[in-house]
Design a protein around this ligand. Sequence first.
Ligand SMILES: [Mn+2]
Length: 351
Amino acid sequence: MENRIKKVLAELESGVWFLVTDRRNVRYLSGFTGTSGYVLLGDGKAYFITDFRYTEQAKSQCPHLEVVTHGQNVWDLVSSLTAKAKELLVEENQITLSMYKELQEKVKAEVKGTKGRVEKLRIVKDATEIALIKKAAQITDEAFEEICGMIKPGVTEKQISQELEFAMMRKGASHVAFDFIVASGVRGALPHGVASDKVIQSGEFVTMDIGAVYEGYYSDMTRTVAVGPLDERLQEIYNIVLHAQEESLKAVEAGKSCREIDKIARDIISAAGYGDYFGHGLGHGVGLDIHEEPRVSPFGEEILKENMIITIEPGIYLPRIGGVRIEDLVLVETAGASRLSLSSKELIVLC
Ligand SMILES: [Mn+2]
């Protein structure tokens, strides 16, 4: 944490202070796991601002910051701590307009927006972060394996989602990463079809996009399995998506751009005639948040670096027919990448 704070401080000119309000950025800089606290940095100083409920927790979790407790109005405290500042930067994609107005009324410094200062540090993971994300991915793999046996005609998408959630919690997840996507049959054409009461039938695909959170860090994985015999069209799109996933994954390594990795999968799907049915980016960074930088898409200018963690998740979605997505979480290395999602990607046919 100490190094992270130093990096942010080093980019602030004298008289310029930075109020960090995003919960994940606060956690990244301070180690604080509670829900109410801000980090305030400037002129070589680092404060952790919280209220009475969290003072003791903050003192034990944030040894590198000076913990200060605010009274009725947090901005009064920010105002006194920044009395000599000329500018106060706030996270413009996080703070609300009313927070901004109240803050500007209270503080002498000029309040200005900024973004990405902490997020850009979060892109490359350190060894501790990698270990936590690996653990979250392992919980996800184990939960997936455990519930495969219950996927059969007659069960609902929600039942599968609930069993997955319960399995992850039993295996040590602190919570689940998002509302799980369990999309079967024609619902598979919805890239983000959250589990519904739909009953699974023979001849359908079931796409499950799932993840666990372990000590604040996320995992993300998608598998598509078949229930009973499939028609040829569905088998064909599975094979295309799997091929696109594996080929783009093979290309992942430090030094390449996100855009060129996306292009590999997109070209394979387009050449097979399904380019119009893969309407989202190939992947995204994962860490303290489920979706973070870098964006792996046709517009992803970012160059991959060692120890970034990204997803590779091509899909094909055919309206009124169904869909397939296959997603792995991967660690970028100097030469190549290693998969953190280890569940098999061969087509599993359950019945
Ligand atoms: Mn994802």
